[in-house]
Design a protein around this ligand. Structure first.
Ligand code: ADP
Length: 603
């Protein structure tokens, strides 16, 4: 993206604040004109004092001039204070508002994108956040530079230069001659810093990431006694960071020194020239101070050039990544027209092929029917494509080939929100939001009353455990154990109370007692609803109305438990392996012995 393209993209975000931008610019222009008052006043003062001395007069004749000059300077300074405040405050207001609008635009866009967007390389959680942060930050600086700083800065320099030329063209030319050198040095400085800054930033991120990673993996580090190894790794990053920081400072100080030197050459040249012109009788003595102060007004704004150049470079680097987030319109979820108030939940997959955006082929020619009001189980080894089917049924992704029908209509014809309102999804690991237990359960239905929340928690066998916590429903949900967090997800499902339920390993992280409790609850909620369940636990699938067996992205067998068992195919293999892993024979023998004992006692 070129600078102009970026500015054009920024305009809609700045436009709502255009009156603020114009007022800020006006204020700054007035400020830059006010800055030229001092040289004039000083010239007048020096010349008047000189005149008084030449006439052999003193304080008695000059005091009213001094009073007048002090009043003028203080009055100007008073006005200047107001102007500076207004300029800074409104400038900051524009920056903050525009950056807020940019961040908001990114969040709104992201929320509307399909899941595929998030699995693309540059869009994974951390990277996306960095792209937004850096984009907003660099664009904010660009807004500051382009809409607030540049014009007044240059106006100030140009006004001062023009005044110098008008006062004396030779002095003006000396001032003008210094500028190209100054520009060139600023450009070199920004160019040199461009690389080091980026390096510095990535090292800072690496260091922060390293620290977070240490804290996250502290148990593993300690259990493998790898403290020294991790410490060395972090130290190496720290060393590189220090070196980069010093090198940045070195470059900065070197160029700052050079620029000050060039500026001083200009000052010396102006002093010599103006002194010569005074001695030659061409200008008054007051003009020496006049020109030096004006020259300061010329060079002061230009001192900031390297910063502006640097920040524009930064914007050029990061703006493209940021606007790409706003522009991924082809990945926006496009809701279809169907918004039925009630769904029966009969899904039909016809020759469905699906490959994830990352390129992993997950489903090949899958055809199956999920009957309304029945429980359908998906069975297969890990990676067989079971969760992918649920992803397609929720319309998180769209198939690459074939069709998915719901209640006889293509799934893509449904409004995604209306569809998902009627689907309850419980995963193996469910997200718990930062907040209280109550807030987390309420996520299932914002309109729920406290009594309904408690009823849902009871159904998920969570209520009693919550009451045991010191702060009850107001406890921090993220502090709960994995099993308790799972029950929150199930409570959310009860609260949402949808006609269609997808369960992807809902009890995988629960202990045996909890699994039994949750199974009972789920059995109760299953009645009359369409349920699709994925589970490695045979107990949860044997009484399903229909079982589909998946293998390497294909549907290889289907039927009831008994039909599939008799078939002696993939299902039977999985069943036998599960039975062996459970050591079913020994368990059965224990239970039989126990049964005999009970029988003996009874006899
Ligand atoms: P299962 O649920 O049967 O264990 P999945 O449906 O999760 O299997 O996965 C099927 C295949 O798709 C696997 O190869 C897996 O690595 C891949 N896969 C799953 N989710 C994603 C994703 N979000 N992005 C890319 N590939 C994925």
């Amino acid at each position: 993206m070129s600078l102009w393209q970026i500015i054009r993209r920024l305009l809609p975000f700045v436009r709502p604040y255009r009156s603020l931008v114009i007022s800020t610019l006006l204020l700054t222009l007035v400020g830059s004109l006010a800055a030229q008052v001092n040289p004039f006043v000083l010239r007048y003062t020096v010349d008047t004092v000189q005149g008084l001395l030449n006439r052999g007069q003193g304080l008695a004749e000059g005091w009213h001039m001094l009073l007048w000059v002090s009043g003028l300077l203080l009055g100007k300074e008073l006005i200047n204070t107001g102007i500076t405040f207004g300029q800074k405050y409104y400038g900051e207001k524009i920056r903050i508002s525009v950056s807020g609008a940019l961040a908001e635009a990114a969040v709104t866009k992201i929320l509307g994108y399909e899941l595929g967007f998030f699995s693309e390389g540059g869009n994974q959680t951390g990277k996306l956040q960095t792209r937004i942060d850096r984009g907003v930050e660099s664009l904010m600086k660009l807004v500051q530079n382009f809409f607030i700083d540049i014009l007044p800065l240059f106006a100030n320099a140009i006004v001062a230069l023009v005044v110098m030329f008008f006062a004396n063209k030779w002095v003006g030319m000396v001032a003008l001659a210094v500028l190209p050198v100054y520009f060139w040095l600023s450009y070199r400085q920004a160019d040199r810093l461009n690389g080091t800054r980026r390096n510095l930033r990535s090292l800072r991120e690496e260091k922060n990431h390293g620290l977070i990673s240490i804290i996250d993996s502290i148990v593993v580090i300690k259990s493998f006694v790898r403290e020294a190894y991790e410490g060395d790794k972090q130290l190496a990053v720290q060393d590189r960071l220090e070196e980069a920081q010093l090198s940045t400072r070195r470059t900065n100080f070197r160029y700052d020194g050079l620029k000050t030197f060039v500026e001083q050459i200009g000052v010396v040249a102006i002093i010599v020239l103006t002194a010569y012109l005074v001695l030659d009788g061409q200008i008054s003595i007051g003009a020496i101070m006049f020109h030096i102060l004006l020259f300061n007004n010329v060079s002061a704004p230009i001192r900031q050039l390297h910063r502006i150049y640097d920040e524009m470079n930064e914007a050029l680097t990061y703006a493209e990544g940021f606007f790409a987030i706003l522009d991924a319109d082809d990945q926006t979820e496009r809701p279809g027209p169907l918004r039925p108030a009630h769904l029966y939940g009969r899904f039909e997959l016809r020759h469905v092929d699906f490959t994830y955006p990352s390129g992993t082929a997950a489903l090949h020619d899958v055809s199956m029917t999920i009957e309304a009001g029945k429980t359908t189980a998906l069975v297969g080894l890990s990676g067989a494509g079971k969760s992918t089917i649920i992803n397609l049924l929720c319309e998180f992704y769209r198939p690459n080939g074939g069709t998915v029908l719901l209640d006889g209509q293509p799934l893509s014809e449904y409004d995604t929100h209306a569809l998902r309102q009627q689907i309850g999804l419980v995963l193996q690991k469910n997200h718990i939001f930062k907040g209280t237990i109550e807030e987390n359960i309420r996520y299932g239905n914002f309109a729920a009353t406290q009594a309904e929340i408690e009823a849902a928690a009871r159904q998920a066998y969570l209520h009693d455990q919550i009451l045991d916590l010191p702060r009850g429903y107001q406890s921090d949900a993220q502090q709960l154990s994995g099993g308790q967090q799972q029950r929150i997800a199930i409570a959310r499902l009860f609260l949402k109370n949808p006609p269609i339920i997808f369960l992807d390993e809902p009890t995988a992280s629960l202990d045996a007692i909890a699994t039994e409790q949750i199974k009972n609850s789920l059995d109760a909620i299953k009645q009359g609803r369409t349920v699709v369940i994925i589970s490695h636990s045979l107990a949860q699938i044997v009484d399903s109305d229909c079982i589909y067996v998946m293998k390497k992205g294909e549907m290889v067998e289907s039927g009831t438990h008994l039909q599939l068992y008799e078939k002696r195919g993939t299902y039977r293999e999985i069943f036998d392996a599960s039975a062996r892993s459970l050591n079913i024979e020994k368990l059965a023998k224990t239970m039989a012995d126990d049964g005999d004992e009970v029988l003996d006692t009874a006899l």
